[in-house]
Design a protein around this ligand. Sequence first.
Ligand SMILES: Nc1ncnc2c1ncn2[C@@H]1O[C@H](COP(=O)(O)OP(=O)(O)OP(=O)(O)O)[C@@H](O)[C@H]1O
Length: 346
Amino acid sequence: MTQKPLVTRPPAPPGAGGIVVTGLRRSFGDVHAVSDMTFSARPGRVTALIGPNGAGKTTLLLMLATLLAPDAGTISVAGHDPVTSPEAVRRVTGWMPDVLGSWNTLSVRRAIRTTALLYGMSAERATERAEELISLVSLDALANAQTRSLSRGQKQRLSLARALVHDPSVLLLDEPASGLDPAARVALRELVRGLARDGRTVLVSSHVLAELEELADDAVFVEAGSTVSAERLARAASAARPWRIRAIGAPDALALALSELQVPRSAVSTIGDSVVVSVTSEDVAADLLAGLVQRGVRVTTFAPAVGDFERTFLDLDREPHAGRPGGGTAAYPAGHDGPRESGDAR
Ligand SMILES: Nc1ncnc2c1ncn2[C@@H]1O[C@H](COP(=O)(O)OP(=O)(O)OP(=O)(O)O)[C@@H](O)[C@H]1O
């Protein structure tokens, strides 16, 4: 498996496609919800927005969606400024809020159709579009159900359908997988990746890092209202990482081989039937695996114990940083250029 490269990039020049944010700030009284955010999200890619509770993710998304004015800084959404050209931004942006505000007594079909009419579609086109989207998000069986009767996961699917009504080139998804069962999560992931493959810019906020690992190409790390610096991300990338090892046969064989390979005892722990070894790089991991196999250890699992996003998130959390507790932003191309690890070690 290929470790995701931890490379930061400067924001694209204003006016370019996708999302470009520079020096963004927004406070609520004394609370600096967004204090210094700078990043870009590129067309054709899914960008994860990662940060602890209260880091400023929703406040950022609201500003991108024209629903909240920044105090300072600049935003470009597909070349448009949400402050000076909110209508242009709304035409190109699909917004899926973390909680769906819907017309409770309308059916799913009518809710989508009404949204399409509000976007200026003809009655005939709005009807067609509602059917297309109902099928896309697999709400066919519930098309005539009142939206108030939907479960949380079904509401999420309706919310996504509404966000897609006008075929936007930029998608802002706030916790899209919240409330979805595993099968619906997989379907959402395929759908969102397909939307990005078609050239859309997708910015997605979620707390479920393992899920973002599967979904996102890039990541923006946010802490206490700011984007995390390239230097801190680079430090986090070079930190030691836990690898999980399982082997068939006598447990002592693995322990003996690790000792022969001079792996310090302090770098080894046991979780259930796995041994977890702290490893500083993929090169070291490759040598370790080769050494174990040479010594006759019958290795069945050898993989990072946590995903790249989760590891970076946890490493950042351990480091002291400026700003309010829990808050910062960073850009982290995740690289979907190789096959992924099976995930059995997550
Ligand atoms: N309208 C508001 N009035 C006052 N404070 C607010 C308002 N909206 C957000 N905040 C505060 O701003 C900070 C950032 O909130 P925000 O909702 O953007 O964080 P978040 O990263 O989306 O959090 P979570 O992951 O928990 O959803 C928090 O301290 C929050 O309490």
